[in-house]
Design a protein around this ligand. Sequence first.
Ligand code: NDP
Length: 457
Amino acid sequence: MSTTHEVINPSTEQSIRSVQHANVQETDAIIATAAAAAPAWAAVAPADRGRLLRRFADVVDGHIDELADLEIENAGHTRGNATWEAGNVRDVLHYYAAAPERLCGRQIPVAGGIDLTFHEPLGVVGIIVPWNFPMPVAGWGFAPALAAGNTVVLKPAELTPFTALRLAELALEAGLPEGVFNVVPGEGSVVGERFVTHPDVRKVCFTGSTAVGKRIMAQASNDLTRVTLELGGKNANIVFDDCDIAAAAAAAPGAVFDNAGQDCCARSRILVQRSVFDRFMELLEPAVHAVRVADPSLAADTDMGPLISSAQRDRVRGFVEEADVDIALRGLAPDGAGWWYPPTVVLPRGVDDPVWRDEVFGPVVAVLPFDDEADAIAKANDTAYGLAGSIWTDNLGRGLRVARGVRAGNLSVNSHSAVRYSTPFGGFKSSGLGRELGPDALAAFTETKNVFIRTEH
Ligand code: NDP
């Protein structure tokens, strides 16, 4: 029996509307639809497939404000972020719309004939999306999957289904054939798990917690289903004494409090060289107090909205209120309805404190000093995760050395660069497996076929 799920606005705790959740039988039926649509979609001429994806991008572009409004209400995202996120779906579609005509195989010199390679679609791709960035994470999966000739089944998070459902309607409006891009709302343990265990789903792209990612990888082994896993992060923001300290302090709050810290790339550990530690903390204070926390649907200049759920706020509180840490600085947050939590800077007692080691996924940043370059790299790497990080220094050689020394997939020097659709994104260690975005992501949505043609008798 399918069930109905009430979706809540995290800024007000009011119900938005309910969504029908698919059960296993309904999920199977949609997977069957996607599998039936796959051969015809794979056979669409490359230029036509590209044209359809460009049209999809254009339709998304015509609905940026509507999609942003949905995300502001459903996820508490700020207007600036929600608008960027909808625009990111458009841009990723445009980027991969060029791919069908460039999915070139090779001709490899061999004796006795001609050897050719082809990049063939996998079939049905399952995409499991978390609640923190519903639109971008969906697009990073479905745009390259569709471009490579696969059909898609996509499960949004229970908490944030609305933009995915709207994108599926916009895909049809753009002319994508029925059954090519399917959104299946439902529970992770029902719909998500069925994507992983269904033999017709040949690849699963998952973004979420490391615990669920490991389970998915284990289950996927039954049918050797391909997986891409984008998991958590505990990213270091390393501030050397030779950098522009004022710039580093001004940028630090945005790097961790953006999206209320619910970001796998959040720079939630700040490492500051001991000689400038006090100066950095002095400069950090006004920057933290300047973060405007409010209901984003009421104030367009909000910097930070609420947490996604009361469970998430309880989890965040556990790292601060119920732990043995010193609160160094704290911003303001609204009282009353809404899952608010103020931007918070803590001083852990040491590197074993949970707030230093675990992914908080909230607006909490921990700060510790380091002594020299080697100590900074060792402390940055002393984590199970390896997703992102930043290095602040005016020494180019040091910037590159430390970027190469930190075991993480995405480093930036003198900035906290956001994910770019044209460059690869993904994690080392427990942060995941595989890379999304950039020129090489398509390879993960295809199988390489090798064909030898004998030309000599
Ligand atoms: P989950 O990993 O549980 O959820 C992510 C997605 O996976 C959701 O769509 C969820 O469905 C689905 N899912 C859950 N269980 C299964 C399963 N057994 N098989 C297939 N899919 C499943 O994350 P949470 O929402 O529970 O968040 C917990 C913590 O995870 C956060 O505090 C944060 O630390 C981390 N996280 C990291 C993210 C990242 O970007 N790397 C994103 C989200 C969370 P459902 O909608 O039912 O939950």
